[in-house]
Design a protein around this ligand. Sequence first.
Ligand code: N01
Length: 559
Amino acid sequence: MPSSAATTDVDRPDVDVRVVDAVVIGAGFAGLYMNRRLRDEMGMTVQVFEAGDDVGGTWYWNRYPGARCDSESYIYCYSFDKDLMQEWEWSGKYPEQPEILRYLNHVADRFDLRRNIAFQTRVTAAHYDERTDRWDVETDQGDKVSAKFVVTAVGCLSSGQIPNIPGRDTFRGDSYHTGAWPHDGVDFTGKRVGVIGTGSSGVQSIPVIASQAGHTYVFQRTPQYAVPARHGTVDKAFLDNVKKNYDDLYEQARWSLGGQPYTLKDRSALSVSDEERQAIYEAAWQEGGFKFILSTFNDIGADRRANDTASEFIRAKIREMVKDPEVAEKLVPVDHPFTSKRALIDTNYFDTYNRNNVTLVDIRHAPIQEITPAGIRTEDGEYELDIIVFATGFDAMTGTFNRIDIQGRDGEKLKEKWAHGPQTYLGVATAGFPNLFMITGPGSPSVLSNMPVSIEQHVEWISGVIEHMREHDLDVIEADAGAERDWVAHVNDIAEQTMFMLADSWYLGANIPGKPRVFMPYPGGVGPYRQKCNEVAEAGYVGFTLSADQTAGAASSAS
Ligand code: N01
């Protein structure tokens, strides 16, 4: 029964506890839409907590120079409101961080989503109380809330990782992590800048930093494959056409592999002649972006020999683009296949190494020994710096969960349950933690897909479960341990058939010392995943146990 009236917890008479139907953690793409669904369309009382001082999530924090999304603008947005889709005008082929943040602010304003969001408030604990079948949620601002449901909308890449390099705190200059960038920007003019990391954040920021700084030193541990973005303004006629066909495009994206409305070519890279293959790669290279992976051949990500053709094509391109052959060789990836790490989409990345104010420092062969007051010392010597940029990534997918004290039945801690790798059913729930839903949790396509498409699917599926529970007077839903075991095994089985297992990537937790090596997202594609989720729902939420409230009086005091 919806209620937002303040009440007092029976066991803690001194503490005011607010009672709501649902707590949503996070106000990025996922949290905003979940709020809209539960609050406005289902009439529930909802409290959203957000650590930032405004909406945006990933796009609130990641303000580093060059930050933009690799999915094209027209498909990196919500589809739940047709007027919103028609009225928003994207200015570029890919959406840049300031524009995405403006979009999310626009959405928050348009649907009046801020009024039940507590900003600058971090959820510190969520404990399931079996006596009441409710969650007790606490924040770093002293909030205490009792909620029937908790939905995590915490993002997959929201806990920044700065490596524990000896001497890190002794550096006299300024240092920044790309995922916690100052809102006023950083002035690189004339500065000696060291960038550690060449993943998506490094590859995007390095060309922009190099164009401003006095000298840029890139500390590279693993060379990367990257495909050109071909970023630019977006053609008005193209966008008009998109808007006319939005329903079809979104439907295509929903049933696709990666949440993009691209047609997957049903052909192997090994089924065509060398000339034809080169021509297909070249055309996709010229067009730019993810089409290089998603609409050239169907086996680049699964067959090593097919993959070799794509990997080799990109290696040749790097050698062509980088003028100094010695530098080029250091930039050519040879220790892992293309797509085994997150594929990168770049703008002028390799060209940047032709500038005379850029130095590539190969720390695979001469590792960083320490950070000194003056800069970074590698086995080859010391590099004096004014600024260090850590483009060193995130404790992905589980890091943010681990920072919240989440306890389910019998006080079981989620962190302990997941100590050997995350275990979920469908990436949306975990056994022993009733009425807790995760938007784009581990075990769902999430980071392997165009996020808004996957987020909408989860938000709508979760809303559907809750609606089902209301219609059937059910109060508690919990994933079955057996269904969860089968799902985790299924995720691993598919991952084993892909290139993903052949690199040390954050998908596998390999970037965090001590993190178990377990493949975390669901690699089977958003279409098959959607199909599975629909089937589970149509079969009455098979793999979940649903029950009416067993706690009678205790629960009614809080609902
Ligand atoms: O982080 P990363 P990211 N010493 O983990 C290096 C999404 N994203 O922030 O490869 C030296 O990918 C590390 O080296 P290595 C996207 O999903 C999307 O760039 O481990 N180096 C690597 O080079 C992406 O995948 C967008 O050997 C160290 C880098 O730091 C995810 O976020 C934009 C090191 C980390 O790369 C994360 O991307 C940005 C150490 N101790 C991000 N530790 C778009 O859509 C780490 N490294 C465009």
